[in-house]
Write a protein that binds this ligand. Structure first.
Ligand SMILES: Cc1ncc(COP(=O)(O)O)c(C=O)c1O
Length: 389
């Protein structure tokens, strides 16, 4: 395992009290109270700042919670035609769609589903502008502020030669012709200060055009619901921009909606030994938590002690690298024993796949206040087969 692999902090919160044998394994369990708590923070920020907050479906699209989510935020942001449809069908409110490349065959439907359509380049904007305008959909252009705050190039849309957003140095009145708003998404799991620095860097480049814009969309990556996020500073930042430039401000948090609100429960299948203790589990990094390999990061194990017996945990797939990480238990593991990884509601459920025919985790909703537990969805052979032909 690489030294570069980040270890996720994770907070077990109320999940400490959940009996893991109450759900089938593997299973995503989302605590609706934890989601509600995050949403109350977001709605307070929206109310105090006057910003429109849209929930990013790419991070968390458990639409069983759409009725709750719609009570607190103004709508959804979508990454293309399918998320736009899910946003319109299940969540309501505003739908802002950004896609790095739109296709002719999809554009009419996307326009019927979206309130804002955000283009990645002037060429895409020019190609579809007339259609968007006649459909009454507001037009946005994603820009690249050319100011990096990301530490990892893979997650930095401002890294050299990035394909995401029109470089701010290429802006002109012609490029922004017909554009109602400017969008930028440059952050990843960050606090307020990187947003402030990004704005300080890009505001002078946008200054000539701000008078003609109706809105600014600051994308996602804002960890607004984290305890140490400076929410007061964000609120005055947004108020300041609205006052100074007369624009509406949009934010598209994804992770912040579902932060620390879900776990992934798994089970020990086998305990081989090869140079160290190994454990085969029914959770696969590559199928169920692909960011573990892609990012990479080490998900936090619920209740992991400082000392004890350490095992290298891996999935049931054929991939040699289907390894989750090295984890310690106070007592030696047993076959059939349950365990859970923390903070698995976002960028997990939305990224699962059935490589090797590995079954998809069940999705369950738990209420940590009432202890009510509902199985929302179970997947089977048909879900695997339907993706193939
Ligand atoms: C355009 C856009 N908006 C919103 C988000 C949500 O970001 P996060 O889940 O980090 O808040 C992303 C994430 O990649 C994004 O690309």
């Amino acid at each position: 395992m690489s030294d570069m692999m980040a270890t996720q902090a994770g907070d077990a919160g109320a999940f400490r009290d959940l009996d893991l044998s109450r759900v089938p394994s593997p299973c995503f369990v989302v605590d609706e109270k934890a989601v509600e708590q995050n949403l109350s923070i977001l709605s307070e920020v929206a109310e105090r700042s006057g910003a429109h907050i849209l929930s990013a479906l790419k991070a968390f699209s458990m639409f069983a919670l759409a009725p709750l989510i719609r009570q607190h935020v103004g709508g959804t942001c979508a990454s293309g035609i399918f998320e736009a449809r899910l946003g319109r069908e299940e969540y309501g409110g505003e739908v802002a769609t950004f896609c790095a490349g739109y296709k002719d065959q999809d554009i009419n439907e996307i326009l019927t589903l979206s309130d804002h359509i955000i283009f990645n380049s002037p060429a895409q904007k020019n190609r579809f502008l007339a259609k968007a305008q006649s459909a009454g959909v507001q037009v946005g252009l994603r820009i690249n502020p050319e100011h990096s705050e990301g530490e990892i190039p893979k997650y930095d849309p401002c890294a050299p030669c990035s394909r995401l957003g029109t470089p701010a140095s290429q802006l002109s009145f012609e490029v922004l012709n017909g554009v109602d708003g400017v969008h930028m998404h440059t952050l990843c799991e960050q606090g307020f200060e990187p947003l402030q620095r990004t704005w300080t860097a890009v505001e002078p480049k946008l200054a000539p055009y701000l008078g003609q814009l109706k809105w600014l969309n600051f994308g996602g990556g804002h960890h607004i619901t984290r305890d140490d996020y400076d929410r007061d500073a964000l609120i005055s930042f947004i108020q300041g921009i609205r006052r100074k430039h007369g624009v509406e401000v949009y934010l598209e948090p994804g992770e912040a909606v579902a932060l620390d609100a879900g776990i992934l429960v798994g089970e020990i299948l086998d305990l081989p030994m090869n140079g160290m203790n190994l454990a085969i589990t029914d959770i696969s990094a590559t199928c169920h938590m692909p960011d573990v390999i892609e990012a990479p990061y080490r998900p936090a194990l619920m209740g992991e002690p400082e000392t004890g017996t350490t095992y290298r945990l891996g999935g049931p797939s054929c991939l040699a690298g289907d390894v989750i990480g090295d984890y310690t238990w106070t007592n030696p593991l047993e076959i059939g024993q349950r365990f859970a990884f923390l903070d698995q509601a976002h960028y997990s459920m939305v990224k699962t796949n059935t490589f090797n025919g590995v079954p998809l985790p069940t999705i369950a909703l738990w209420n940590s206040e009432t202890d009510d537990l509902k199985i929302i969805k179970q997947f089977g052979y048909d879900d695997f087969k339907d993706r193939l032909s």
